[in-house]
Design a protein around this ligand. Sequence first.
Ligand code: CA
Ligand code: CA
Length: 237
Amino acid sequence: MASEELAQKLQRRLQLEESGAAAEGEAEVVKGTAAAGEVEERSCLTASAGAELSAKLCRRQDINEGAAQPRRAAVFNPYTEFKEFSRRQIKDMERMFRLYDSGRDGYIDLMELKLMMEKLGAPQTHLGLKNMIKEVDEDFDGKLSFREFLLIFHKAAAGELEEDSGLLTLAKLSEIDVSIEGVKGAKNFFEAKAQALSSASKFEAEIKAEQDERKREEEERKHRRAAFRELKSAFTQ
Ligand SMILES: [Ca+2]
Ligand SMILES: [Ca+2]
């Protein structure tokens, strides 16, 4: 049966439905709740196996008439979603994303982000890394998709990131020249990068100090335990 013929039949049935008359021999048809997406405006019938077919026919008819909405693209298109960036910038971001997605699974996970920040010269604490991901993790899977990665630069360029946040540091240390706001006194990108590096080395020093502190505490504990053992043996003798 030609699809046109089917569509005509369906159209006729829809008319019957709309005018309140029951279609002949179609008593089992249930008027469904509005179908999601492209068919809902046409009050297509859904909710039964037969209805599924009619929804398909309905869409076919729409396509024939040129009235169908294109299906929402399942593939994320960075060029249309991040119009503020040039193609070159997005290419650069993609290159950077691929470079640090060493597992090549299309995501930058916590360990990969850790390595990235180390390579950029701004190592972060475990908590710092988690917070970086959390700030752009739209789907809450604990890792960065390419879209979420672009969000970092989007937020950086829009001045939506804290001055000393890990994400802003990442954006500034990347080789990608998006005009970044919120950098006090920085005349240009390269100056911003120099500033970020100096605050990164400050941060590195802080991490080092934290580690030294932990080492010192561990030493103290050892000493105390040794002293305690000595004291105990003195009493038990
Ligand atoms: Ca990965
Ligand atoms: Ca995610």
